[in-house]
Design a protein around this ligand. Structure first.
Ligand code: UT7
Length: 324
């Protein structure tokens, strides 16, 4: 199985830290030094998760040289679907792209969603090698953050990334994969209007994303280190033998701490968070597409994709580009 093409879309409107500091008690200095973020892209009123997903997917189809009717399944990883909660955003994408032979569903594993979706997609192609799958990570986090909460709104941005996976004469699944979750951390990042289907006594609904930053930071560093090491161990490798790590762009400081724990230089880690912010499920496919289009991903490069998110979920995929 191979990734046959990649695509991404970031909405044109850019909001800088200085822009945020005009209405919030914050500064470019605080945000950049605590997160590595300088600016983020924010969707205008005419864009939403499905429209950004479609724009990224069109580029991925073009790069793959694939026609819409060759797609047998569309999986959209998102925590910000167009509709709350159905129809699936993937159905709107299927309609807009004219993928008339495709099934379509969403997958919700928060910021780790693209890793989960890519694993589902490659396994689906293994079972249906005559068809291709479109795997998309797309988010409009700007619509669910509290723009008066300086501790959360500064982190996030909007965007979409997509890949087309197909057998391309190689039906063997190639990647080494780890998916995991630690549900005991379910309260660290949540939304659902702040209330579960069965509300806890005294629970007050909050329509925004709520985040406990410190425990999530600590979980992220420990878990991404463990996932990358675990995948390397399975293959008898050490992390320094990886050519590039595409880690979820949540916070530049998190990635620096992972690099220190692993004894790896920062140039092993692809970084674009400075200009994207945290785009959740879109962050890894957007990063992959940027690296591909800049010619930084050579055939046979040993790469690891690794992410974590609300749930808490996590996952990693170690492979040789572009095989999965
Ligand atoms: O995709 C997964 C999603 N989530 C994450 O990855 C989040 C992981 N966590 C983080 O990235 C970091 O914990 C944050 C960036 C969210 C926060 O950084 P921190 O270094 O953990 O700061 P803190 O929450 O411990 O807050 C330190 C201080 C507080 O002030 P006091 O109580 O010490 O007076 C905050 O009120 O910084 C204050 N603060 C701010 N100050 C200026 C929090 N946000 C801001 C801000 N500007 N934007």
């Amino acid at each position: 199985m191979k990734i046959l093409g990649t695509g991404s879309y970031l909405p044109p409107k850019v909001v800088t830290n200085d822009d945020l500091a005009r209405s919030l008690d914050t500064s470019d200095e605080w945000i950049h030094s605590h997160t590595g973020i300088h600016s983020r892209h924010i969707a205008e009123a005419d864009d939403c998760t499905s429209t950004m997903a479609v724009k990224a997917a069109k580029k991925a189809l073009e790069a793959a040289g694939a026609m819409p009717d060759e797609i047998g399944l569309i999986i959209v990883a998102t925590s910000t679907p167009d509709y709350n909660t159905f129809p699936a955003t993937a159905c709107l994408v299927q309609d807009a792209l004219g993928c008339k032979n495709a099934g379509a569903c969403d997958l919700q594993a928060a910021c780790a969603g693209f890793i989960y979706a890519l694993d589902q997609g490659r396994c689906w192609v293994a079972a249906h090698p005559d068809r291709k799958v479109l795997v998309i990570g797309a988010e409009t986090l700007s619509r669910i953050v509290d723009w008066t909460d300086r501790a959360t709104c500064i982190l996030f941005g909007d965007g979409a990334g997509a890949v087309v996976v197909g057998a391309d004469g190689d039906q063997t699944p190639h990647a080494t994969v780890k998916l995991g979750a630690d549900g005991s951390g379910y309260e660290f990042i949540s939304r659902a209007g702040g209330a579960r289907v069965i509300p806890a006594p005294g629970q007050v609904p909050v329509p925004f994303l709520i985040l406990q930053g410190r425990p999530v930071f600590n979980f992220a560093v420990k878990t991404m280190d463990a996932v990358v090491r675990g995948l390397c161990d399975e293959l008898g490798l050490v992390p320094s033998e990886l050519d590039r790590i595409f880690a979820h762009q949540a916070n530049g400081r998190i990635l620096e701490a992972v690099g220190r724990r692993m004894g790896l230089p920062m140039d092993k880690f692809f970084m674009n968070i400075e200009t994207t912010g945290n785009t959740s499920a879109a962050s890894i496919p957007v990063a992959l597409d940027e690296a591909v289009r800049r010619g930084e991903l050579k055939e046979g490069a040993r790469i690891c994709l690794v992410g974590f998110g609300a749930g808490l979920t996590y996952g990693g995929i170690l492979t040789e580009w572009p095989r999965v």
